[in-house]
Design a protein around this ligand. Structure first.
Ligand SMILES: NC(=O)C1=CN([C@@H]2O[C@H](COP(=O)(O)OP(=O)(O)OC[C@H]3O[C@@H](n4cnc5c(N)ncnc54)[C@H](OP(=O)(O)O)[C@@H]3O)[C@@H](O)[C@H]2O)C=CC1
Ligand SMILES: Nc1nc(=O)c2c([nH]1)NC[C@@H]1CN(c3ccc(C(=O)N[C@@H](CCC(=O)O)C(=O)O)cc3)C=[N+]21
Length: 305
C-alpha cells in the first residue's frame, strides 16, 4: 500500500471492513460505506493530534457558486469535528482577478500557521485555473491538484498529496478487501481532479487500466469488461446494469441534485442486482474526499519527509 505509507508513518491505519460489510436491502450487493470509513479516519486524526501542531487549512472561495459555498461549509465543519483549524477567504465575483488570488496564495505560502491551501473549484471562467493552482507551495498542496503533485503520483514517488477523491476511493477499496492487482479497471472520466489521478493510482496498484471519456466508442462494451468500474463522467445515472459485468465492484463518483432535491450519482441503482459491491451516493465517495483532505492536511502539518 505505497499510497498509504506516509499516513501509516504518522499512525493512521486503514480499518478492515471486509468482514462486516452490509448489503443493500433485498440484494447480495455489498455497501461500500464511505461515511463510516471517513468517520473512523477523522476520529483517528483527533487522537493522533495530541501533542502535535493543530493542522490548519486555508480555503479560498472565489465567486458565488452556491454548491461551492455548501461544500466549503461542510469541509470546515468536518475539520472542526477533527479538532483541526481552518480559515476561509471569500472573494466576491466583482473583486476576482488572477493577481488578487495569487497574491493571497503567496502570503498563505509564507504563513507558518497555515499547513494546507485549498482553492475551491470550479473557478470563474475568466480565471486560469492551472496558473492559480501552481502558485500554491507543493508542501501546502492538500488537494493534490498541482502539476508537481500529479507528477510524483505518475512516477510512483508518492511524496506529495494525492488527489483526495481518488485517494479516498483507493482507501475504500482496500478497507473493503477488494483486490486490485491484475484486475481490469475502467475509469469513466479523465478530469485532472478525478479521472486522471484515479487511473494513475489504480495503475500503481497493478490494475490494468482503461480510461474512457466523452469521445470513447462503445462505452458499454468497455465497461462490461471491468472488474472495477469508476464512474466519474458527471452524467446522472449513465451507468446502469446493462453496462456492468456480473460481480463487478462499482464506485460512483458523480453527484447530482435531482428536481425533488434528492442526490443521485453517475450510477443507476439497478446495478445492485448484479454488482458485487457499490459505493452509495450520498454516503460513499463524498465523505471519503473530505476525510482524505483532512489526512493530507495532517500530513502537510506533521510529516517530516
Ligand atoms: N464525491 C466527490 O467527492 C466528488 C464528486 N465529483 C463529481 O464527479 C463527477 C465528475 O467530476 P469531474 O471529474 O470534476 O467532472 P468533469 O466534468 O471535469 O469531467 C467529466 C469527464 O467525464 C467525461 N464524460 C462526460 N460525459 C461522458 C459520457 N457520456 N461518456 C463518457 N465520458 C464522459 C468527460 O470527457 P471529456 O474529457 O471528453 O470531456 C470528462 O473527462 C461530477 O458529477 C462531480 O460532481 C467530483 C469531484 C469530487
Ligand atoms: N479544490 C477543490 N477540492 C475538492 O475536493 C473539490 C472541489 N475543489 N470542488 C468540488 C468538488 C466536489 N467535492 C465534494 C466533496 C464532498 C462531497 C460530499 O461530502 N458529499 C456528500 C453529500 C453532500 C450533500 O448533501 O450535498 C455525500 O456524497 O455523501 C461532495 C463533493 C469536492 N470537490
Amino acid at each position: 500500500m505505497k499510497f498509504f505509507s506516509r499516513a501509516q508513518k504518522l499512525g493512521f491505519i486503514l480499518p478492515d471492513f471486509s468482514k462486516t460489510a452490509q448489503v443493500y436491502e433485498g440484494t447480495n450487493c455489498k455497501i461500500m460505506d464511505g461515511k463510516t470509513l471517513s468517520t473512523n479516519l477523522i476520529s483517528q486524526a483527533k487522537t493522533l493530534k495530541d501533542g502535535k501542531k493543530v493542522p490548519c487549512l486555508a480555503v479560498i472561495l472565489a465567486g458565488e457558486n452556491p454548491a461551492s459555498h455548501v461544500y466549503v461549509k461542510n469541509k470546515i465543519k468536518i475539520f472542526k469535528e477533527a479538532g483541526f483549524d481552518s480559515q476561509s477567504y471569500i472573494i466576491s465575483s466583482d473583486e476576482i482577478s488572477e493577481e488578487k488570488i495569487i497574491s493571497l496564495i503567496l502570503s498563505l505560502n509564507k504563513d507558518k500557521n497555515v499547513d494546507g491551501i485549498l482553492v475551491q473549484l470550479p473557478l470563474p471562467k475568466t480565471i486560469n485555473t492551472e496558473k492559480i493552482l501552481n502558485a500554491i507551495s507543493p508542501h501546502k498542496d492538500v488537494d493534490g491538484f498541482l502539476a508537481h503533485s500529479i507528477g510524483t503520483l505518475a512516477t510512483g514517488e508518492f511524496t506529495n498529496a494525492i488527489a483526495c477523491t481518488p485517494f479516498g476511493i483507493l482507501a475504500m477499496l482496500v478497507s473493503y478487501g477488494i483486490e486490485i492487482s491484475g484486475k481490469n479497471s475502467v475509469v469513466v472520466g479523465r478530469s485532472n481532479i478525478v479521472g486522471k489521478p484515479m487511473s494513475l493510482l489504480l495503475l500503481s496498484s497493478d490494475a490494468t487500466v482503461t480510461m474512457a471519456h466523452s469521445k470513447t466508442k462503445d462505452l458499454k462494451q468497455i465497461c462490461k469488461n471491468a472488474d472495477i468500474l469508476i464512474a466519474a463522467a458527471g452524467q446522472p445515472e449513465l451507468i446502469d446494469k446493462s453496462y456492468i459485468k456480473e460481480n463487478a465492484v462499482i464506485i460512483d463518483v458523480g453527484i447530482h441534485r435531482k428536481e425533488n432535491g434528492k442526490l443521485c450519482g453517475d450510477v443507476h441503482s439497478n446495478v445492485k442486482e448484479i454488482a458485487y459491491s457499490l459505493s452509495p451516493v450520498p454516503g460513499g465517495v463524498g465523505p471519503m474526499t473530505i476525510a482524505m483532505l483532512m489526512l493530507n492536511t495532517a500530513l502537510a502539518a506533521w510529516a517530516k519527509d
